[in-house]
Design a binder for this molecule. Structure first.
Ligand SMILES: Cc1cc2nc3c(=O)[nH]c(=O)nc-3n(C[C@H](O)[C@H](O)[C@H](O)COP(=O)(O)O)c2cc1C
Length: 336
């Protein structure tokens, strides 16, 4: 069975890149957009507090149109603040607003949001209703299959049922539990076992909802086969560490040719010129590109040049051009 959503808001969620704090900033998203023109990109999480109390909310919300379609992920548990945050964010061109109900960090828990909200579906429902009230764009949730000793069968069903009564239909599900005490956020992304079957059952039992699978997806063929079981997939670490996988999946989904790494690097060098002209530095851009040649000859050299050397040469975007030429020659790719 190939999933085609009965619910259709015009957003293509076949391939999504997960929100990742400190990683999926605007430079990273520009890079990912070149790799996968059809992908749905997410911002890092921004708290409703940060948006509401900022002297200049643009600091958190502005981005380039080239990144579209782009989802803003927010964190919070106060419906009034979430309403105000979405009202403020509404004019920035995001295509969807997503509530983070999956992050297990202590900082987030002490603010009573993130994954601990899975135990408070009534609050989540109120938050979602407030967010809906503030915009006519779709509202979605990113959550786990459960937290702590919550029952991943009945508990998850009840949670989804309850929060769906707010009128939302789109769910990005990280297919593992979050354990709220004793594990660091990093451990919580690795230790609790993945359970794709549970998410698949949720999708089968709720054909009117859009269910996107997230967690541990890193093998291209596996990801492609998951397109048959879910409305889409969301890649986190694999998209960041092996970014060319985005081009491979985009190419599979659309029939468009694979991107040429050399011309991609030239576009990123031009982008770096613009960032540098505007007061930024080379490493802010190149740090997201370190995995481009992952698994190929020249990968280590690429990482060294764009990692360590880019820090020492903050205004030299030619470093990208020269290193790409060298690495593409090593892997015998066409150099334009
Ligand atoms: C560095 C890092 C930062 C993250 N920040 C967020 C975040 O801001 N919001 C969120 O919902 N999830 C966040 N996550 C979790 C990812 O969105 C994703 O759910 C998780 O990494 C599992 O997917 P993966 O196995 O494909 O990486 C983060 C993950 C990483 C590695």
């Amino acid at each position: 069975m190939v999933f085609t959503a009965r619910f259709n808001d015009g957003i293509n969620r076949k391939l999504c890149v997960a929100p990742m704090m400190d990683w999926t900033d605007r430079h990273c998203r520009f890079f990912h957009r070149l790799l996968a023109p059809s992908a749905l990109l997410f911002t890092e999480m921004v708290t409703a507090d940060a948006i509401c109390h900022a002297e200049n909310p643009s600091r958190f919300l502005s981005h380039s149109e080239a990144e579209h379609p782009l989802v803003l992920q927010v964190g919070g548990s106060d419906p009034k603040k979430l309403f105000r945050a979405i009202k403020l964010a509404n004019k920035y061109g995001f295509c969807e607003f997503n509530l983070n109900v999956g992050c297990p960090s202590n900082r987030v828990q002490s603010g009573r949001f993130g994954a601990c909200l899975m135990e408070e579906p009534d609050i989540v429902r109120e938050c979602l209703m407030a967010m809906k009230e503030a915009t006519d764009k779709p509202i979605s949730v990113k959550c786990r299959i459960g937290v702590d000793d919550m029952d991943i069968n009945l508990g998850l069903d009840k949670f989804i049922q309850k929060i769906s009564s707010s009128g939302i239909s789109v769910f990005y599900i990280h297919a593992r539990k979050a354990l709220l005490t004793g594990l660091s956020p990093k451990e919580n992304r690795n230790i609790p076992p993945l359970n794709y079957e549970r998410v698949h059952r949720l999708a089968l039992q709720n054909p009117e909802k859009v269910i996107i699978l997230n967690g541990g997806l890193e093998n291209k063929d596996d990801i492609i086969s998951k397109q048959h079981d879910f409305h889409g997939v969301m890649l986190g670490r694999a998209a960041y560490k092996t970014p060319f996988i985005l081009s491979e999946i985009h190419s599979h989904l659309t029939g468009e040719p694979l991107l040429e790494k050399h011309s991609l690097a030239m576009k990123m060098a031009d982008y770096a010129d613009m960032v540098i002209e505007n007061g930024g530095n080379l490493h802010q851009v190149t740090r997201h590109m370190l995995g481009l040649f992952s698994g190929e000859r020249g990968a280590k050299y690429w990482r060294q040049q764009l990692g360590e050397l880019a820090r020492l040469q903050p205004h030299n975007s030619d470093l990208i051009r020269k290193t790409a030429k060298f690495c593409c020659a090593k892997t015998q790719r066409k150099v334009a």
